[in-house]
Design a binder for this molecule. Structure first.
Ligand code: IMP
Length: 437
């Protein structure tokens, strides 16, 4: 393991290597103690980043997870889709807990906006898909990104001026109202009401707007440390994930560049977060899913319920084939393994080491999405450790079987473990190699 290559790193990306919910929030909060800036770059309030500090639970959806660290500046880059009403609610919730956001949070004015008609469209489309529903979070994420790509969407800056807003809103609402009422036989939305609400929200958010890209360029030239906070996970990436059961943004590392305006050569280190097993919320392929009592045990012990929607997560064994792909896709420097303690009581644990399609072993990750649904996992079985690992502070303190499970993970996935998280609290776990060097 080459550790000298990442000494004195300035820009660190933290992202999920699975289907999201890997525990990124806790790790970003931890690393933010050292960062000058924490920046979100994709997704929206579909994300739910849970932080537990001194026994108190806080779930963040849009605000970066550096907000609890008093010295960090928090930024939301242009790649994030923002629901102004959800953001206002989140900011008010933080303030009611005594967490100041004014002057500590900057938002790019060119962030695409999630409007009420996007949420309506997300909802009616999912109903119309029936058994083919994606299981979205219902937050309007997909429709908002569609409008951005179709070059008809609104950005936050459009909400600052009535005339500017009206000029963009009217044609786009005419279009969506037609689709809602004529195609889906649902209710059309009232344009003037949507406009008035948007203007009020724009006025509320105005003081947060900032040239995020410039702030990042400036910070880099001043030698400051920047933490890029990914949302969702690699397998939910619109290009590289299990399409169409994905989210609508690039959750892989390229999203950090396009979603903020930082250059690829200015990323020094990529931390990939993975659970010691796998979960997925929503529909779509999941080769290592467990439908038995072991899956149920993992779900219960891991408290596997979505932080945003409360839905029960599907649980299964670790998938080294998908993780090896994530390592390559993101150029992962080091891994952070979370929730090892959830497996503590099991007699044996398994890792998927290959895929079979129609009885034949295939080489790695399927290239054609059509193959996903028929894949059968090939497992290697490891003896369990049946010993409490919660809160353990070093790799050496772990039971031997847990240590060999982690070593096998590293070998199979092709990346070293740099952080081990052994419980939800900030101080439960150990940083073996500091991503900032
Ligand atoms: P959307 O992002 O709401 O459009 O949902 C698309 C898919 O991504 C669904 O399977 C969601 O369950 C999943 N998803 C979206 N956000 C998250 C997240 O933060 N964690 C885990 N899954 C997510």
């Amino acid at each position: 393991m080459n550790q000298s290559a990442h000494q004195g790193n300035q820009s660190v990306v933290v992202l999920g290597t699975q289907w999201g919910d890997e525990g990124k929030g806790k790790i970003v909060d931890l690393l933010a103690a050292e960062a000058d800036i924490v920046v979100r770059y994709q997704g929206g309030h579909n994300a739910g980043h849970t932080l537990i500090v001194n026994g108190e639970k806080l779930v963040l959806h849009l605000v970066p997870s550096g907000i609890l660290q008093p010295n960090a500046r928090n930024l939301i880059g242009n790649g994030v889709v923002i629901s102004p009403s959800a953001l206002k609610q989140e900011l008010a919730g933080l303030e009611s807990r005594g967490i100041e956001t004014r002057g500590r949070l900057g938002i790019a004015p060119n962030c695409a906006v999630i409007m009420p008609y996007h949420e309506a469209l997300d909802r009616v489309r999912e109903v119309a898909r029936g058994s083919q529903a994606i299981g979205t979070t219902g937050r309007g994420i997909g429709p908002a990104y569609e409008d951005k790509i179709a070059r008809r969407g609104l950005c936050l800056g459009d909400l600052l001026d009535g005339n500017r807003l009206q000029a963009t809103l009217e044609p786009v609402m005419d279009y969506h109202n037609f689709v809602l009422s004529e195609y889906f036989q649902d209710k059309a939305l009232d344009i003037s009401r949507v406009r008035d609400e948007a203007l009020q929200l724009g006025a509320y958010l105005q003081e947060y707007l900032s040239d995020v890209t410039n702030e990042l360029h400036q910070a880099r030239s001043e030698g400051k440390k920047i933490l890029f906070e990914g949302a969702q996970g690699t397998l939910l990436d619109i290009d590289h994930g299990t399409y169409p059961f994905v989210t609508s943004s690039n959750t892989t590392v390229g999203g950090a560049c396009t979603g903020t305006g930082i250059a690829p050569c200015d990323i020094d280190y990529v931390l990939g977060i993975t659970k010691a097993y796998t979960t997925r919320v929503g529909a779509g392929p999941f080769p290592t899913e467990l439908h038995d009592e072991v899956g149920q045990h993992i779900g219960e012990r891991g408290k596997e319920f979505g932080a945003t929607t409360g839905r029960a997560r599907r649980c299964g064994w670790l998938d080294s084939i998908a993780l090896a792909r994530a390592v390559k896709l993101n150029g992962i420097t080091g891994l952070c393994v979370t929730k090892l303690d959830v497996l503590d009581q099991l007699e044996e644990v398994k890792i998927c080491v290959g895929y079979e399609l129609h009885g034949e072993r295939i080489a790695g990750y399927p290239a054609d999405r059509d193959q996903w649904s028929d894949i059968q996992p090939v497992y290697e079985t490891f003896p369990g450790w049946q010993h409490d690992t919660r809160g353990i502070k070093s790799r050496a303190e772990l039971p031997a079987n847990a240590r060999s499970y982690l070593t096998s993970m590293e070998e199979l996935i092709g990346a070293p473990i740099h952080i081990l998280s052994t419980g939800p609290e900030r101080d439960e776990g150990t940083v073996l190699v500091n991503p900032f060097g």
